[in-house]
Design a protein around this ligand. Structure first.
Ligand SMILES: NC(=O)c1ccc[n+]([C@@H]2O[C@H](COP(=O)([O-])OP(=O)(O)OC[C@H]3O[C@@H](n4cnc5c(N)ncnc54)[C@H](O)[C@@H]3O)[C@@H](O)[C@H]2O)c1
Length: 286
């Protein structure tokens, strides 16, 4: 997709971080926006930062089928078509993988994976019916290309987004669809992600954190806060990938050595290397 003016973009997680930057760029390109987030005040702040832009903002819990169905209906009722979809909302929970609670798994897989499932199953048939050029961006992470220690729940969710996106790409190709797919895989970037707990619902709260969960949370915060590439730069790069119709959108070249090493380990059938060997300062030590 190269022309954006007058078209409609739907962005989940639009209240903060990458989502807010996608909204800013899309607005600058003359798009109409459908913005969704679970955090109403954050969503309001994004809308307030975009005066004069045609926006439908809707509080949405992306993990819930009914909320996503209502979002799709509202988007089509208001704008009649959707051309660019960002399945972007996400949260994180860490710790040794056997210490994660059922609540951790359900919350993170709900927000990070089910949101993308809902986005695909609800928007793709409508985009196919529209027949015009469309594009879908799924925000995964390099956590979807690696298996970093003490981030198991998040890794599982992002590996799922990687294969969802790759399979979507293949299925759209055999269907001859005019819909592009971009899989965004950033490494650490200073956004609100390290404070994702702010939006953990009451019913998904843990009663107490284990030592490894505390260490992982502190390490994630340190790594995210020390990210050198900004959310704005990641969003610019994402639009470059959309324009070039590229599936793999990798924003952090330095981490690619770890990705390559993982695939070399698999092909050589040797046990996995430490994914943080190049960056010991952010490696969690339990
Ligand atoms: N920041 C990073 O280091 C990094 C790296 C790789 C991938 N990511 C991914 O980028 C995406 C965006 O995250 P971010 O870094 O901008 O973080 P962020 O916390 O700044 O933004 C995430 C947004 O998602 C919203 N959200 C959370 N739960 C939701 C729910 N149930 N329904 C609807 N919205 C919900 C939050 O309110 C927030 O506005 C996520 O998928 C995240 O996993 C982030």
């Amino acid at each position: 997709m190269k022309n954006f003016a007058g078209k409609t973009a739907v962005i989940t997680g639009a209240g903060s971080g990458f989502g807010r930057e996608f909204a800013r760029i899309a607005a600058g390109l003359g798009m109409r926006l459908v913005l969704a987030d679970i955090q109403a005040d954050a969503l309001d702040a994004t809308v307030a930062a975009l005066p004069g832009v045609e926006i439908l903002a809707r509080r949405t819990d992306v993990s819930k089928a009914a909320d996503m169905e209502a979002l799709v209906t509202a988007a089509y009722d208001r704008f009649g078509a959707v051309h660019l979809l960002f399945n972007n909302a996400g949260v994180i929970a860490g710790g040794l993988i056997w210490e994660n609670s059922v609540a951790d798994w359900e919350w993170v897989l709900g927000v990070n994976v089910w949101s993308v499932i809902h986005g695909i199953r609800l928007f793709v048939p409508r985009m196919l019916a529209q027949g015009d050029e469309c594009h879908i961006v799924n925000t995964a992470s390099v956590a979807g290309l690696l298996s970093t220690q003490t981030m198991g729940v998040y890794n599982v969710s992002k590996h799922a987004v990687v294969t969802l996106s790759e399979t979507l790409f293949q299925d759209l190709r055999i269907a001859g669809a005019n819909i592009g797919v971009t899989l965004l895989c950033p490494a650490f970037v200073a956004t609100g992600i390290a404070d994702a707990e702010r939006n953990r619902p009451a019913e998904a709260q843990n009663t107490a954190l284990t030592e490894s969960q505390k260490v992982s949370a502190a390490q994630t915060k340190k790594a995210v806060d020390s990210g050198r590439i900004t959310a704005a730069e990641v969003a610019e790069k994402t639009f470059e990938c959309i324009r070039e119709n590229r599936l793999y959108c990798l924003t952090h070249p330095k981490i690619l050595g770890s990705v390559e090493l993982r695939f070399q380990d698999i092909l050589a059938q040797r046990n996995p290397s430490d994914p943080f060997s190049h960056k010991p300062n952010v490696a969690p030590a339990i």
